[in-house]
Design a protein around this ligand. Structure first.
Ligand SMILES: N[C@@H](CCC(=O)N[C@@H](CS)C(=O)NCC(=O)O)C(=O)O
Length: 207
């Protein structure tokens, strides 16, 4: 086994580092950066033609898309840990991961881009407000699910939880307080982010 993760820590690569640390896998970490020559080399573009990060190489398996990478690692190395052994649990992991990518992250990213990365004169309050309204609808759904079960795909922490918690962990950057309206989400998120593997990632140099 020879795993290499490409992407510096202060990026979506952090969610892949979280999985690698959860599973105690040996890996190399190439700290390729966005909008930087390191993500424009022919070698890197052969791995990920989009030039985006993160990407993963595991022997002959080569892939990009951070949440897909997490599903791959969980299925290959995390059976009965991050990847449930029962089909209903696996179905939930796939469901919540797709929901994270399509139902949650686009709204969170729009809000972060509007508030942090868009020059003040180009910001649109209407765009921000619409994204926030949509995020609230999604969080209400998550709150209802977590009212019924301590974790999303069974009785224990799985890749489904991780793939959502990693997206929600970015919201404090824009002072969005999940706990103000969604106590079950907040309690679950705190529990996920307190995990040792996540704490190890949080302590890594950001560059
Ligand atoms: N859906 C992709 C998004 C990848 C992505 O946007 N990565 C950012 C860094 S976190 C990036 O490489 N951005 C390059 C750019 O904006 O030019 C994933 O989840 O991997």
């Amino acid at each position: 086994m020879s795993i290499t993760l490409y992407g510096y820590t202060a990026s979506r690569a952090a969610r892949n580092l979280w999985v690698l640390e959860e599973l105690n896998l040996p890996y190399a970490h190439e700290k390729v950066k966005t909008r930087d020559p390191s993500s424009r080399t022919p070698e890197y573009l052969a791995i990920n033609p989009t030039g985006f990060i993160p990407s993963l190489k595991d022997g002959d398996a080569v892939m990009f898309e951070s949440l897909g990478i997490n599903l791959y690692l969980a299925q290959k190395y995390g059976k009965d840990k991050l990847w449930p052994s029962d089909k209903p649990g696996q179905a939930k992991c796939m469901q919540w991961t797709m929901w994270s990518a399509t139902g949650l992250e686009p709204y969170a990213i729009t809000m972060i881009v509007q508030k942090i990365f868009t020059p003040e004169e180009k910001r649109s309050q209407a765009v921000y407000d619409k994204a926030e309204e949509n995020l609230h609808k999604e969080l209400a759904l998550l709150e209802a699910a977590l009212g019924k079960s301590p974790y999303l795909c069974g009785d224990s922490f799985t890749i489904g939880d991780l793939n959502i918690a990693c997206v929600l962990s970015s919201l404090p950057r824009i002072n969005f307080d999940v706990g103000a309206k969604y106590p079950a989400v907040k309690a679950w998120l705190d529990k996920c982010l307190a995990r040792e593997a996540q704490q190890r990632v949080a302590a890594m140099p950001r560059g």
